[in-house]
Design a protein around this ligand. Structure first.
Ligand code: NAI
Length: 476
């Protein structure tokens, strides 16, 4: 068994791990990264990036079919979908991104070890590569091994009968119909694009609402209306129980309001959450403390109970979002590099890539109340009153800003509408900098852009938006 020594060994090359490795190398550290699958992890290969490729392709096709005729384009024949070609294109996007990560690691002199890592002790791990087992000795370890889909009783993911997001993103034939179990982030993103491509989609959601507790209710309502318009059937309070094969189709049994019901579909997609991979790589045996939900316990510098081991990303706690993992990757590399850093953020933005998109930063209205903000100033402004939104024919949705009525400090921003995944960054900056409504309202936003909606929402909260009718407040 060959042996190699490093300053830092990063386990896992997702948006947490590869970012940590590059930032650590920038400090002149000798770094290696271990990956058993493709570079870039779930996000680049089977998560964020491929789903966004499929979502934009489906949106494009949908717009050509539904919006182009209104703009004056006469489409003479039916648009035919070549699903195999679409999936190949999506794969080329992932390959390009994963190749980019490989180049960046190489350019930063990071050693890439391909294989499964197992900790032998807190000082050593072994990597099972195709050439044989390699022993790695590092001064510091960064665990960034992520999470995997949860299964529920009656449904075992085999990517044949029951598909996870990985299988769903790789289907090279569009199913006639699909039952999506779980109306959360993944279920709604995948369900939405399948419906736009022409699949009959039914979403079964166990709780009373879609995106329950994770998004602003008014924002979710806009998405619910659009789902309905796009032919997606949503059944809430519906708990999936089991399934049976029925010819080439499947019959899914579910319980809704105490009654047993059945639904037939050509595919079953299981999207009921993810769990951290803390039961792998021998993490428990070396003495790492893991909480009751399976997350590795970390402090504000993302250090575990073992002094030389750090953990970041999905394995180190909620929210399980790629950008939070990358942020932690930079943070840990800088801590090891000698900088005085700690995780102390006011807002981790969240985006659901539905149609329209939902994006949020800071506190929900209910959370403001829980935190003792009793008097709130809330402004809301619709995309329908924005020139750019009208000219691109994407007017569904609005921006909502919640501020402390006394100080006008922005506490939360919730958006649903076109490009809100991009617009939310201004809100995150505002919250991080403790901006007041006046800061957003008195900042010149270029015209004609969707970004003006953020400015007008701040004005609306202050009572004087220009492009909606508000009762004039004398003296303001
Ligand atoms: P989720 O937690 O968002 O949603 C799962 C849903 O399944 C819940 O609403 C739950 O009530 C429902 N459910 C559970 N058991 C059920 C049953 N037996 N029958 C019917 N419904 C049932 O989990 P999801 O969508 O799998 O996503 C996992 C995580 O991945 C998210 O929490 C998020 O952190 C991350 N993610 C982020 C994305 C983004 O940033 N755009 C996109 C996709 C995933």
């Amino acid at each position: 068994m060959s042996s190699q020594s490093f300053d830092i060994c990063v386990v896992g090359s997702g948006p947490g791990g590869y970012v940590a490795a590059i930032r650590a190398a920038q400090f002149g550290k000798k770094v290696c990264i271990v990956e058993r699958e493709n570079l870039g992890g779930v996000c680049l290969n089977v998560g964020c990036i491929p789903s966004k490729a499929m979502i934009s392709a489906a949106h494009f096709m949908h717009r050509v079919k539904h919006d182009a005729p209104e703009m004056g384009f006469e489409i003479k024949s039916d648009i035919k979908l070549n699903m195999k070609k679409l999936v190949d294109w999506k794969q080329s996007v992932c390959d390009k991104m994963s190749g980019g990560v490989s180049q960046l690691l190489k350019g930063n002199q990071v050693t890439v070890l391909r294989g499964d890592a197992t900790f032998k002790s807190k000082q050593e791990l072994t990597v099972k590569t195709v050439e044989g087992v390699v022993s790695v000795l590092a001064k510091n370890y960064i665990i960034a091994t992520g999470s995997r889909p949860i299964e529920i009783p009656g449904f075992q993911i085999d990517e044949k009968n029951v598909l996870s997001s990985t299988g769903a993103l790789a289907m090279d034939e569009l199913p006639k119909s699909a039952v999506v179990i779980g109306g959360g982030y993944i279920g709604l993103e995948i369900g939405s694009y399948l419906a736009k491509l022409g699949c009959e989609v039914t979403v079964l959601e166990a709780s009373p609402a879609l995106l329950n507790g994770v998004a602003d209710r008014d924002c979710v309502q806009v998405v619910e209306r659009k789902l309905k318009k796009n032919g997606v059937k949503v059944i809430t309070n519906a708990k999936a129980k089991s399934y049976e094969k029925s010819g080439t189709d499947y019959e899914v049994s579910y319980e809704v309001n105490g009654k047993n019901e059945k639904i037939k579909a050509s595919k079953i997609l299981l999207m009921v959450g993810r769990k951290p991979n803390s039961d792998q790589a021998n993490l428990k045996a070396i003495g790492l403390q893991i909480d009751e939900k399976g997350f590795i316990k970390v402090n504000s510098q993302r250090r575990t109970n073992l002094e030389n081991i750090y953990a970041i990303g999905d394995i180190a706690g909620q929210p399980m979002l790629a950008h939070k993992a990358s942020y932690e990757g930079v943070l840990v590399a800088e801590v090891i590099g000698g900088m005085n850093r700690a995780y102390d953020v006011k807002s981790v933005p969240a985006v659901v890539f539905t149609d329209p998109e939902i994006a949020s930063a800071g506190l929900l209205e209910s959370e403001c109340k829980e935190k003792g903000y009793t008097d709130l100033k809330i402004g809301k402004f619709p995309f329908a009153a924005n020139g750019r939104a009208v000219s691109i024919m994407e007017t569904d949705g609005f921006v909502k800003i919640i501020a402390d009525a006394k100080t006008h400090v922005v506490l939360g921003v919730h958006m649903v509408g076109p490009e809100v995944s991009n617009l939310i960054s201004e809100a995150v900056l505002a919250i991080e900098m403790g901006a007041r409504l006046e800061d957003l309202a008195m900042t010149i936003h270029p015209h004609p852009t969707l970004g003006e909606v953020v400015m007008e929402t701040a004005e609306a909260a202050l009572g004087h938006a220009i492009h909606i009718i508000q009762k004039p407040l004398r003296g303001h």
